[in-house]
Design a protein around this ligand. Structure first.
Ligand SMILES: [Zn+2]
Length: 151
């Protein structure tokens, strides 16, 4: 079975309207599983001011700032999803990791992005003819030098 077949079958089972919720929950589950395994190898110690020192059992120390949503590994800074180090620190506070995920990843942001009207579009045979010349692709020029065999 191809992935698209599985996706279509999933749509039939859960309904098209609930597909997004299902995909988001699968992504949330897989992300949480991976990070949970990684965070099991870390120990967090409160340092004061909302900052934690997180030690990995394989070596490496990280500073997690829960108030500024930052970690020295910079994964949280870049992705805006808590990294494994910050998950350990968040677990110390007994808050939900979901509360520390950036609002852009949440359902409300998706709804805001697609709340405006998207005009339906007919197939190409019904497009209005405007009489201009069609745009052609640029000419291909063979570059000098030996051809690359690998990237
Ligand atoms: Zn980190």
């Amino acid at each position: 079975m191809k992935l698209t077949d599985g996706f279509k079958k999933g749509q039939q089972i859960i309904g098209v309207g609930h597909t997004l919720e299902f995909i988001l929950s699968v992504i949330r589950f897989l992300t949480t599983c991976k990070l949970t395994i990684e965070s099991a190898q870390c120990i967090a110690t409160y340092g004061g001011g909302g900052k934690y020192q997180v030690n990995n059992i394989h070596g490496g120390m990280y500073v997690v700032d829960l108030e500024r949503h930052m970690c020295t590994c910079r994964k949280w800074d870049l992705c805006r999803i808590p990294c494994s180090h910050s998950m350990v620190a968040i677990a110390k506070t007994e808050k939900s990791t979901y509360d520390f995920v950036h609002s852009l990843y949440k359902r409300a942001a998706y709804d805001r992005a697609y709340e405006s009207y998207i005009s339906p579009m007919p197939s190409q045979e019904y497009w209005r003819k405007i009489g201009h010349r069609p745009i052609k692709p640029s000419l291909y020029h063979k570059q000098p030098g030996r051809l690359r065999t690998s990237r």
